[in-house]
Design a protein around this ligand. Sequence first.
Ligand SMILES: Nc1nc2c(ncn2[C@@H]2O[C@H](COP(=O)(O)OP(=O)(O)OP(=O)(O)O)[C@@H](O)[C@H]2O)c(=O)[nH]1
Ligand SMILES: [Mg+2]
Length: 391
Amino acid sequence: MLSSTPLSERIHIAFFGCRNAGKSSLVNAVTGQNLSVVSPTLGTTTDPVLKSMELLPIGPVAIIDTAGIDDEGILGEMRIEKTREILNKTHIAVLVSDATIGLNSYDRELIEKFKEKNIPYIIAYNKCDLKKVNCGDNEICVSAITLENVNALKEMLGKISQVITKKESYIVRDLIDEGDIVVLVTPIDEAAPKGRIILPQQMTLREVLDANAIAIVTKETELSKTLEAISGKCALVICDSQVFNYVSKIVPESIPLTSFSILMARYKGFLEESLKAVSAIENLEDNSTVLIAEGCTHHRQCGDIGSVKIPTWLKKHTKKNINIELCSGSDFPHDLSRYSVVIHCGGCMLNEKEVLSRKEKAIAEGVPFINYGILISYMNGILERSTKILK
Ligand SMILES: Nc1nc2c(ncn2[C@@H]2O[C@H](COP(=O)(O)OP(=O)(O)OP(=O)(O)O)[C@@H](O)[C@H]2O)c(=O)[nH]1
Ligand SMILES: [Mg+2]
């Protein structure tokens, strides 16, 4: 984990198209690896295949091969649903069309989806060893068999990726100055993963170093001693949201305080929505249903915060008998209408596209979308304090 770019930070390039268009063959050709099974049988690829790799000239990417969008029957429908879910995390789409057949209605529907979701796309007319077609600006004739134009396709992907990565966003770098001391408070309890620190902490630490600032990492139990040792000379304290209450009592009001989850929500683009939405918990009633969504699937990564701590605190705060539902990883309910509120982790394991598509879905359905850290600081009465430095 420490040695490679996290999946959530990689450009996701997904290959879509009809069965037998040669999606898997082209993925193998582009990556130079045998990632996906190829065969003349329709519907060879069933579940999406995702592989993290370094792809020149782009850099760290996640390449995704998908099932044919024209798949049939109930199972086919489920596969198509999975393919649509992939759209929510795709930065660049490659529509693979069989050049001997040309674009069909499924392909056109996909193109509409790309446009609707603002996904830059390339149409790759594959099997150009059998037939060539005239290509427009974002189109290219390729052959996964002879490898004709496969490098040119990679160059096109490289150009698009340069455009979409221009917009820099930061976790903490823009909040601190060179030489600042930043204290990171990371509880190590039984829920902490063995032998490492978790992703939001790693990413924050890296940015503190990038800013030529000084990072001090400590557990909450050593925080008092830490602050004493540096005579309170500290530009910012960042803690795990679970220990907000404890930490807020130790850190003097004069030192800015926030949490990893809040910083992550800002980085992924849903801080403002969370701030607007958080007071919606006051409207919860007995039997209201709340969805708690966690981006990681390794249960222990976030420990019991989503399944135990937040539900307990929420019930205590609202004094209502609330129903809690949990989801994790890439699973996110299709229909949010049953939920009074969605409470979402910082989303460090999901790419920003996926988090934003969840936020937009919630907004479209009128369901408040709140970040873990914002919720916890609100319930502890320190919302103003923990977001002051971000404004
Ligand atoms: N002539 C020629 N055949 C190709 C080319 N690319 C793929 N094929 C053949 O087309 C067939 C389907 O290839 P796949 O890569 O499995 O197609 P797919 O789009 O992944 O198909 P599904 O997984 O079923 O959706 C195989 O028999 C490939 O050998 C190409 O560039 N030229
Ligand atoms: Mg395939």
